[in-house]
Design a binder for this molecule. Sequence first.
Ligand code: FEO
Length: 398
Amino acid sequence: MTVRYVKSDVIAVGAIDWDRRLFDKLIPLPQGTSYNSFLIQGSEKTALIDTVYPAKSHELIANLKKLDIKTLDYIIANHGELDHSGTLPQLLEIYPEAKIVTNAKCKEILMSSLPLNEDKFIIITDLETISLGNKTLSFIMAPWVHWPDTMFTHLVEDKILFTCDFTGSHLATSDLFVKSENEVYGPAKRYFAEIMMPFRTHVKKHLAKISALDIEIIAPSHGPLYSNPKFILDAHRDWVSDEIKNEVVIPYVSMYENTEKMVQYLTDELISKGIKVIPFNLPATDLGELAMALVDATTIVVGASMVLSAPHPNAAYAAYIVNALRPNVKFLSAVGSYGWAGALGEKMGEQIKAMLPNIQAEVIQPVFVKGLPREETYKRLDMLAEEIYNKHQLAMKQ
Ligand code: FEO
């Protein structure tokens, strides 16, 4: 635990979680994460922006003690999820005078998940402000990045925008500020893909909304801070753009080698046509890597062997994730091999499509084969590659 100075009176007092490797028992954290919390000392009032994950509460509390903070006037809750709000009950015991400042939806979420009293809240609405004396906090409602309660806090005089999850990265680092934009780009994109991609329309809106603000620092509540806001805002603009990229993602699972042979053949064919291809062998795939690739994918081809009378459960799981993340893909297909199943094997493409109701993509004729792929199978894969190429060329011209 340590305190780090963003400015002389804006102090990072959160916690770095070097060892955490899974979020929500789902999302891999190969580089750990952090729960950033910021103390702002105004000439008249003191505020804390967000708190930390309950397992790290002791670090936040120790940091406040280290700074000899006797009074806390406001605790700003930008978001109700427990990795940012989990320390609220303990803080209110230590600082009984403190009020939780948040929006009505966030209050509702906090009241349902934490033992908090109604009278502890001050409810604010869009663009409302609170004065700390020489500093002003302005609240910007930004729902659905990634919960309905999310909002940003603008510290006007210091030109700092506190964005909580938005623009964050799961990256444990001793650097308070981003030192290498190359180093943070991947973790930030992974984070966007994992939790914000389904809300890309909202992200677009919020990017437009904050574009008029005077911001010198963006301070998310995960990962390092940005002293070059343009870098991370431009990256997000790219990730939510409607630009068609010449990219195909192929999540696949192959029980024997037949489906794998088909995927490898299709991959090589697409590469030879100048298309970027990212195959993911699902049993060995980091979900975050797959999510990241989906941000730029124009086409998804699911590769699956058949288990009993349905696509392999790994393919079904990948389809479930893709459906939940709602990437902006335009075309969808499937390839694979089945064993003893007859007509049902040929229907695997339909089964996979049915698992993706949220994906409004045009289906390109899938290629399934009983057992070993043969010359005829490879001809069909040639046709599939050709069709993907033609569809991409047409879409990129529009
Ligand atoms: Fe970092 Fe949605 O919590």
